[in-house]
Design a binder for this molecule. Sequence first.
Ligand SMILES: Nc1ncnc2c1ncn2[C@@H]1O[C@H](COP(=O)(O)OP(=O)(O)OP(=O)(O)O)[C@@H](O)[C@H]1O
Length: 358
Amino acid sequence: MSLAGNLKLRRGQFVLDTGEFIIPSQGLTAIFGHSGSGKTSFLRALAGFENEVEGRLKFVDEVWHHEQTSLPTHKRQLGYVFQEASLFAHLNVLDNLKYGLKRVPKNRECQIHFGEVVDWLGLQELLTRSVQTLSGGERQRVAIARTLLAQPKVLLMDEPMAALDLFAKRAIMPYLERLRDELNIPIVYITHSPEEVERLADTVVFMQDGSITQIEPIEQALNRAGTPLYQNQQPRAVLAAQVTKHCDDGLTELQIAEQTLYIPHIKEAVGQTVRVVIAAEQVSLMAQQPQQSSMLNHLPVMIESIDEHNDYSLLLKLRLENTLWPLLCLLTKRSQQKLQLEPGQHWIAALKSVSILN
Ligand SMILES: Nc1ncnc2c1ncn2[C@@H]1O[C@H](COP(=O)(O)OP(=O)(O)OP(=O)(O)O)[C@@H](O)[C@H]1O
């Protein structure tokens, strides 16, 4: 575990009362909830920005808050990225980044290096530019890089894409994915966008009315029935896969544990992780691997549960064999009767179409 505790905070009429929480030490944890649910209040309490906090907070084995005693923010070794980047307008990008380096205390070991940060955030071409000429997305990338160069042990991000338009959001997403995969420190990331959660998160903290209602791994958060992430959407599964090969015939090969998937060519490099989406209605079940089939993707699965979807159809939760990833499958009650489908059985899932999130 990395950040763990139980925090209370009153802000006007609003009360944050988290209950016990543990944020994992690895990967990106998204804090998801509607506007006013208390996400920013929670992040500010983690950062030590609020004076009136009660409760306990520990980072690994360092006490950050206990009853009346609070470790000041500058001693918490954290990085905080705000919704809008505030850069030094009179300095160019390089000098803004150097400012981050200057904030590293002398005795602190440098774990995050200048070259890799510039590479992860694609800043090489921008180093000599005046920050006044940068787009919103570029400014935010510089702000994130500057924060990282101050060598935080945990990165807190308060809706870093909130001020960006749709096009800029799409453009910055791959950089955030890269950070999630390359950085060795936990990232806590506020959002109210299901799309950002499904592409970026490893763990999701759900918030409602000032409380944490659930903390769960992304595989579970995306794919459980009634997840707050998809209130009005058709059921679909989202899985993480690694790009393993770009084939000569225009397909890209992906790997999920030992399972292989083929999708139309994507530009992501071999080795990169992507998230794929498979709609429940695009999945059908077969008793065995077909000898001949026009469908490219056939994956062995186990039926975990069968729930009613509507009057005539059922939603099956399937687990890809040897992985933690579920698939969802919509079929008629008649098909279930005909095939005598039951939880615990092993089947082959045939996928009519698979796309990646981008
Ligand atoms: N300084 C303050 N004084 C009084 N009330 C505040 C203060 N800051 C926040 N609040 C209230 O606390 C509640 C939670 O706000 P918070 O910013 O934590 O929610 P949020 O989930 O981050 O929302 P959003 O997604 O809109 O940013 C809101 O009702 C807000 O009006």
